[in-house]
Design a protein around this ligand. Structure first.
Ligand SMILES: Cc1ncc(COP(=O)(O)O)c(C=O)c1O
Length: 532
């Protein structure tokens, strides 16, 4: 007969055994001084920490010699990474750090490379890299003032400096978020609370008798559609207004569309102007949009995720004049303020609209509101509850670089973009298309071997430039992206990169033409094969 132990007896037996093991094991919490597998002793921490700093310093110093990317496929990368399961036992931090550093330095795309000008992600300011380490070490929960006393004050000061930076009143309030999408979402929801039905918090969109409608130019970034879908409005609640010949929102059509919607019992609630559109960098006529918003009592939001920092350039003041009229503004320090990812920011003319939208007071929070203490709990300003200390890297960089330094950096990025445009314009095999802020678009046009028929020629050029971009993005010499301008497939360079210099721009032009010629020959062969 088999002996079966009662489960309760079995549990007690195991529990005694576990405790005895703990007593024998010097890593046990039963010992007076706990040692854990997670901590790293002071001297080891210093040793591997200094090693890491050495490696990063060398990386920054020689980043130009790295390929921008190795263009490896996910399959190749999975092979390198290996597919082992969750490690059962831990290993030394030194070994882990060494391998991680190697994996990342050997197999990443470097947006800090001087020839990276693809999407709008900047070269990270080195001070931001150090600041992220400091922020992680102190690990503030910047959701509540009591949990992050100095961090909250620093974030408040950062917000104030950012208002000064872009030239709006320092009475705007705001919050640091993860990036452009979140910055715009945060404002979208505040706009809805401010302009929708008073009952919207209780009954949601059903509280509104009429459908809420948002207006933006057809060039606006995809976040608008995402917001409309995610927040229950539906994509049909966005009116994508056509652009004029300058690629700015056509404000005549905007006014007419608002009138038509009112006549049809819709409820317009916000207009989104763009300060630096994602494809070509165009800034809408912000002051005209502001006055339309005043006429119809609409919330005026500006998506300045990319372009708003250019408001610091004295010669561009006129272009950004209307920014002062905005009810809310999105801007992204991880774009043109050179902060490492992630850092976005929402600014709101009347911060009460943020608390109206996001504040709640659960009984388990003892974050008492004492008016005199002026405490600000950032969880009441946005979507996040627990929050990291993103402001630190922005605050530190603003001090290191200063207003003058930023004016110089942003001004130089614009000048380099203009240089790219001029070089493309004067090159017989390139066609310069657009240049705004620090974005230039252009395309490769071979001098011979193109179809005679206009339609076929355009279609061939679109295919050719698309293939050329693929080649450039894989090749590792330069990283550009694309834009569609008047149905032409174009190459696009966006310079938010303090490492890029004149030499890089000149070399990029040579690389594009050299690779363009090769791609043209390959495509011609492909076309001939298909004809046969
Ligand atoms: C104008 C604009 N708005 C919003 C975004 C989205 O920003 P993120 O990717 O940081 O969410 C971008 C990104 O390039 C942008 O250019």
């Amino acid at each position: 007969m088999q002996f079966v132990m009662h489960p309760k007896v079995l549990y007690a037996f195991h529990s005694i055994q576990r405790n005895l093991n703990h007593l024998k094991d010097n890593r046990s919490p039963m010992n007076k001084y706990r040692t854990t597998p997670i901590d790293i002793g002071k001297s080891d921490f210093k040793k591997i920490g200094y090693q890491l700093i050495d490696t990063i310093a060398n990386f920054f110093d020689t980043i130009e010699d790295y390929p921008v990317t190795r263009g490896e496929s996910p399959m190749q990368l999975q092979k390198i990474l290996g597919n082992s399961g969750l490690p059962k036992k831990g290993k030394s931090s030194e070994e882990i750090l060494e391998r991680s550093t190697k994996l990342l330095l050997d197999h990443s795309l470097f947006n800090g490379h001087p020839k990276f000008m693809g999407y709008i992600t900047s070269s990270p300011a080195p001070i931001g890299v150090l600041s992220d380490m400091l922020a992680a070490a102190v690990n503030q929960n910047a959701g509540a003032q009591i949990l992050s006393p100095m961090a909250t004050e620093i974030e408040k000061q950062t917000i104030k400096w950012l208002t000064e930076f872009i030239g709006v009143s320092p009475t705007y309030g705001g919050i640091l978020v993860s990036g452009g999408n979140m910055a715009n979402f945060t404002a979208f929801l505040a706009a809805r609370t401010a302009k929708g039905s008073q009952n919207i918090k209780d009954y949601g969109l059903f509280a509104n008798q009429s459908k809420l409608i948002a207006y933006c130019s057809k060039t606006t970034h995809t976040w608008v559609e995402k917001a409309a879908i995610l927040f229950g409005h539906g994509s049909k609640s966005v009116r994508w207004i056509p652009t004029n010949t300058e690629n700015k929102m056509d404000n005549e059509i905007l006014s007419q569309t608002i009138k038509d919607d009112l006549a049809n019992s819709y409820q317009p609630f916000m207009v989104i102007g763009t300060a630096g559109d994602v494809s070509t960098g165009v800034v809408d006529d912000l002051d005209k949009i502001a006055s339309i918003c005043k006429t119809y009592d609409l919330w005026f939001h500006i998506d300045g995720a990319y372009g708003a920092p250019a408001a610091i350039i004295p010669e561009l003041k006129g272009m950004f004049e209307g920014i002062k009229e905005a009810d809310s503004i999105a801007l992204d320090p991880h774009k043109w303020l050179y902060a490492p990812l992630e850092a976005g920011c929402t600014l709101v003319r009347n911060p009460k609209h943020l608390t109206d939208t996001y504040s709640s007071h659960p009984e388990y929070y003892n974050f008492s509101k004492n008016e005199e203490s002026q405490s600000l709990n950032f969880y009441e300003y946005g979507l996040q509850n627990s929050r990291g200390f993103r402001a630190l890297k922005v605050w530190m960089a603003l001090q290191q670089i200063g207003r003058q330094g930023y004016e110089k950096l942003i001004g130089e990025d614009i000048a380099l973009s203009e240089l790219l445009f001029e070089l493309a314009k004067s090159h017989p095999e390139l066609e310069a298309m657009t240049q705004n802020l620090s974005i230039t678009t252009f395309r490769f046009i071979p001098t011979q071997g193109l179809p005679d028929n206009d339609k076929e020629r355009e279609s061939y050029l679109n295919t050719l430039n698309e293939k050329l971009l693929d080649k450039l993005q894989q090749g590792g010499e330069v990283f550009l992206s694309n834009a569609i301008i008047n149905e032409h497939y174009c190459l696009r360079g966006c310079i938010v990169n303090f490492r890029t210099s004149k030499k890089d721009i000149e070399e990029i032009v040579e690389i594009v033409v050299r690779e363009g010629i090769k791609t043209h020959h390959e495509l011609q062969k492909e076309v001939q094969m298909n004809v046969k």
